[in-house]
Ligand binder design. Sequence first.
Ligand SMILES: *Cc1c(COP(=O)(O)O)cnc(C)c1O
Length: 460
Amino acid sequence: MALHRHAADGESLRTRPQFADLAETHPLPKNRLPRRGMPAPLAYQVVHDELLLDGSSRLNLATFVTTWMEREARELMAECADKNMIDKDEYPQTAELERRCVGMLAELWHAPSHGQATGCSTTGSSEAAMLAGLALKWRWRDRRRAAGATDDRPNLVMGANVQVCWEKFCRYFDVEPRLVPVGPDATHLTPDAAAAHCDERTIGVVAVLGSTYDGSYEPVAAVAAALDRLAAGGGPDVPLHVDAASGGFVAPFLDPDLAWDFRLDRVASINASGHKYGLVYPGVGWAVWRDADALPEGLVFDVDYLGGHMPTFALNFSRPGAQVVAQYYTFLRLGHEGYRAVQQAARDTAAWLADDLVRRGPFRRVGAELGIPAVTVAVADGEPFDVYELSEALRGRNWLLPAYPMPPAIDDLSVLRVVVRNGFGRDLAGMLAQAVHDEVAELRRRHGGQGSRRRSGFHH
Ligand SMILES: *Cc1c(COP(=O)(O)O)cnc(C)c1O
């Protein structure tokens, strides 16, 4: 989380007249722990009022994270807010629901039916990436030791467009991030370049199903084939991990013939965010390994479970059980057909929005045809404004759309992105499109000169 600096001032919060007599005897220091507590209605109102300035999550089109759930799901989450996921002994049924979710995902991602696919819930794809990366690193180390080779300076190969969690994994766990440059033709990892960056110190290759920059799927099957050729030609035998944070809950329903998962022998593990297109509030993610070989035993810890033990793999210890319960609820509630309908609606809305923006201009679409339901556009040349100005103007209308540069090597191109997800339907998209076109007209009117070229602080 954000690293905050201590503010040592003695500022206090002011209260509204209705609470004046309560507040009189209960001072409200802003930056210090109050000496005494205060009545619940006062504390509630103070916190509630402070939060008014947070944006409306439904209008936050920057986030991939779920911002709408049914009342029944919210009720279940409230019922489970007090359950600690790690207490398998006290809450065996929550553990059981987690187990069923892993089984459903393993099947959805075509784990070999005879196999021993294993998996776990996490706080999100970032934790899942740490776990999957660690498994790759340990397996590589075991292979090196067995071969009598040195096990220093491991590297991980991935496109320069990877989400920040992979650079984080590399830094935290002392692995060289080997970023494959992207270019104007392919905004993500390409098969031959991926193989060319591998050597005997490569612990794995990460392919992304749903790049955060432009939503495009990386060509996982072609990357796997390139790695197969590398191994067959006497080169290193490099396992593939798929970061399917978004795509893991989209491709199985909308692109069932696309082989990106355990159908490819080279895919050792997959992560996905339950709280993105998995349709659950933050934070829940999933990591699944193809078989027992893919997950070194040394990484697994036992916790007590009904008088016995249960294996766990996690960075956290305590964690709420509500999100896992909500994931199971959503699986039951929607089923395969329901997920397909929800994701198809998002893809249809994205297609409509992209078409409207391009047709009425002045935009061109960025990214591959096939991907998650996100619309990424660049402003056409010759306009007096840029995506940063447009993003800021839209914020004035309560729409939050991030503007940011593409990855290194193509970062002279800046884009605007809309994540289309459950709860952002065709009607809202129509209102957004109108706001965009109105603001374009307004910006054109306002200045004929060159727009500002400010950098974005947006992080993927
Ligand atoms: C969102 C995302 C992540 C990080 O996932 P969290 O669930 O937010 O931790 C990693 N990779 C990709 C491709 C993502 O879209």
